[in-house]
Design a protein around this ligand. Structure first.
Ligand SMILES: O=P(O)(O)OC[C@H]1O[C@](O)(CO)[C@@H](O)[C@@H]1O
Length: 422
């Protein structure tokens, strides 16, 4: 399972006991439902996941695959980041069960750029497509504008009834503008429980429908999440409490890093999860994601010897399937001839060990999270692991992990500038 290794961080922490009694209480209070009511519904998702839930999502996914070469997922923040993370880590070219090619998946409504939207439309070209509109509130400007564009395109291509059958919504179960539209139009739809906020919603249909459309085994994914809930949570607690202990030592920036580029979108999801949960009341660790070795050649200098207010969390993927080797080439004469015959993954592992030691020597505490491999099972486990540790970490620092009042400020200004009513 996922392991937290604190050997690179403990010498920077001025505490006798880790986790402390208060940290343990934060976790048990959360698990016992004593705190977090109204926002902790994601805790029960792995247990509530049933054959019926799985079948409903897979049936919609197969329907999309049957009549579409492209699925456009419209959403922003927690309504798309988790799905993108799953796809980048795990997507497969074919469904195992039905041996059919999976549709291409494009994201829209995650920004307000007209250039971007035109590119997505150009990428779809003349191909058949469907839309998954994901918005808990149903009233977020970016996805709402993008949905209008794609609904319009669907209407012109397939007529009103044809378009209706190609629109899948994932939204609030009862109230909310998109739920009302869904009920009026009769779209195929999935509900996001009231007590699950966007950034904690990956393991609802928000993440599971796009994942299923991409051919990812969602049952396996949920079984990884379930095992995190059923096993002891020492590693979750170690991560949460080490973060907060480092923060108390003035380490205000956390850099999550991974040596697998396919992890980047997971890093983006992690940024929202921790940033929106912890950054409030004048407090909070600022979350940054780095992709290694790539960013060693851009941010490496700062991490090694810039201001000492940061710590790193490395996600170490223990086993990968790649076996590609560096071929022998007598022409290059660049001093790296001895690379010949070495596996790339060996070089990658060496870079990881070297970076961890160098940054540690440079005064950067390093937490290491060991993940056995990149698979649907461990993706689900990692999501539940991060959500739990994030909620506990926020509770340790005495902020509410489940609200985000600060995000309204820019929206109010934008509505005023555009002369819109909010
Ligand atoms: O699903 P919705 O309601 O469109 O919200 C999208 C995102 O916007 C936010 O509310 C921030 O504005 C996030 O918390 C959320 O994940």
């Amino acid at each position: 399972m996922i392991k937290t290794d604190l050997t690179g961080a403990l010498s920077f922490i001025d505490e006798k006991e880790l986790p402390g009694a208060e940290d343990k209480k934060a976790l048990t209070d959360l698990l016992d439902g004593k705190i977090g009511r109204g926002g902790a519904g994601w805790l029960r998702l792995p247990e509530d996941y049933s054959d019926a839930v799985s079948a409903a999502i897979r049936s919609a996914a197969y329907q999309i695959a049957d009549n579409s070469e492209v699925l456009v997922v419209i959403g922003i923040g927690g309504s798309y980041l988790g799905a993108r993370a799953a796809l980048d880590l795990l997507r497969t070219p074919y469904y195992n069960q039905i041996k059919k090619r999976t549709p291409d998946i494009y994201f829209a409504g995650n920004n307000l750029s007209g250039e971007y939207l035109e590119q997505v439309i150009a990428l779809i070209g003349g191909r058949n497509f469907s839309v998954n509109y994901v918005s808990k509130s149903g009233a977020t400007m970016e996805p709402s504008a993008a949905f209008r564009v794609f609904k319009n395109l669907l209407d012109s291509k397939y007529g009103a009834e044809g378009a209706r059958k190609r629109i899948y919504t994932t939204t609030d179960g009862e109230k909310g503008k998109l739920r009302q539209l869904t009920d009026r139009k009769g779209y195929t739809s999935f509900a996001i429980p009231d007590d699950i906020g966007g950034r904690y919603s990956v393991l609802t249909a928000v993440g599971l429908l796009p994942a299923a459309v991409a051919g990812i085994d969602i049952d396996e994914l949920m079984s990884g999440a379930r095992d995190i809930m059923n096993k002891d949570k020492d590693d979750v607690l170690q991560y949460a409490s080490a973060r907060q202990a480092l923060y108390r030592q003035g380490k205000k920036i956390e850099i999550l890093g991974c040596f697998e580029p396919s992890f980047r979108s997971m890093g983006e999801w992690w940024k929202q999860l921790f940033g929106e949960s912890e950054g409030k009341d004048g407090r909070g660790i600022f979350p940054v994601y780095t992709e290694f070795t790539t960013d060693l050649h851009s941010l490496g200098q700062y991490i090694q010897s810039g201001e000492r207010s940061l710590f790193e969390t490395f996600v170490s993927i223990e086993k990968t399937s790649a076996a590609i080797r560096v071929p022998k080439d007598g022409e290059l004469e660049d001093g790296l001839e001895t690379l010949a015959g070495r596996e790339l993954q060996e070089l990658n592992r060496a870079a990881f060990a070297a970076t961890k030691a160098a940054h540690n020597d440079g005064g950067v505490p390093v937490i290491q999270l060991d993940v056995p491999q990149l698979s649907p099972y461990y993706f689900g486990a990692l999501v539940q692991f991060f959500e739990l540790s994030c909620a506990v970490s926020a509770l340790i620092s005495k902020v509410n992990p489940f609200d985000q009042p600060g995000v309204e400020a820019y929206k109010k200004n934008m509505y005023a500038i555009l002369g819109l009513q909010k």
